[in-house]
Ligand binder design. Structure first.
Ligand code: TMP
Length: 216
């Protein structure tokens, strides 16, 4: 017996972190044991890697970025996600392997084969049971992101958020390709015009239906 592994994915500003927290609360209120975590930075070592990965002043080679994201993930799987699933928990992870496929694969390299091979080593077969793609147009997402944190245009963005709109467009298109490659595992919600509560309700319905979770 193993728990259930749900990942939330999407371009920057898609509202993943808010939705991950709302979903975790609702599952908990229904009596389910939940672990909410995120990448990069779901472990103590991962937090150090996150600083390297996202620090705006760090100059990383593309393959360094790929490998450090995968290293963060390997540590996370070993230390946090794997044990929680062994304990029959519902694990909700804010970004996982599809972020590397979309951002480093489609966004930076233009191809996912190397990123996929490296990540298969890192995750050792631990693919999610369900991946919810919170879709948003990059311009809308980045504006939302800036507005929510009260930042002036471009100020305070991390190393990856700072990349140009073309990069973010490739990431978003990449997510759509992943959705058609992994139809069984993916569900998409277009968040562009939706209120937070409406997205949360749709997400809840997908989780309940796809995973056959009984509402207690
Ligand atoms: P966050 O803002 O959702 O915490 O994510 C941090 C940034 O890291 C975000 O711009 C997406 C990026 N990222 C990747 O490029 N590849 C990955 O594998 C992960 C997990 C995140």
């Amino acid at each position: 017996m193993r728990g259930v592994f749900i990942t939330l994915e999407g371009p920057d500003g898609s509202g993943k972190s808010t939705q991950a927290a709302l979903l975790a609360d609702r599952l908990q209120q229904n009596g389910w044991p939940v672990l909410l975590t995120r990448e990069p930075g779901g472990t103590a070592v991962g937090l150090q890697l996150r600083k390297i990965l996202l620090g705006p002043d760090n100059q990383l080679a593309v393959m360094t970025e790929v490998l450090l994201m995968a290293a963060d993930r390997a540590q996370h799987v070993e230390e946090v996600i794997g044990p929680a699933l062994e304990n029959n928990m519902i694990v909700i992870c804010d970004r996982y392997v599809d972020s590397s496929l979309a951002y480093q694969g489609f966004g930076l390299l233009g191809d996912i084969s190397q990123v996929k091979a490296i990540n298969e080593v890192a995750i050792r077969g631990l693919w999610p049971d369900l991946t919810i793609l919170l879709d948003v147009q990059p311009a809308v997402g980045l504006r939302r992101h800036g507005l929510h944190s009260g930042r002036a245009k471009g100020v305070g963005l991390d190393r990856i958020e700072q990349r140009n709109l073309d990069f973010h467009q490739r990431v978003r298109d990449g997510y759509h390709q992943l959705q058609s490659m992994y139809k069984e595992r993916f569900a998409l919600i277009d968040t562009t015009l939706l209120e937070i509560e409406t997205v949360a309700q749709r997400l809840w319905e997908i989780v309940v239906q796809r995973l056959g979770i009984e509402i207690r």
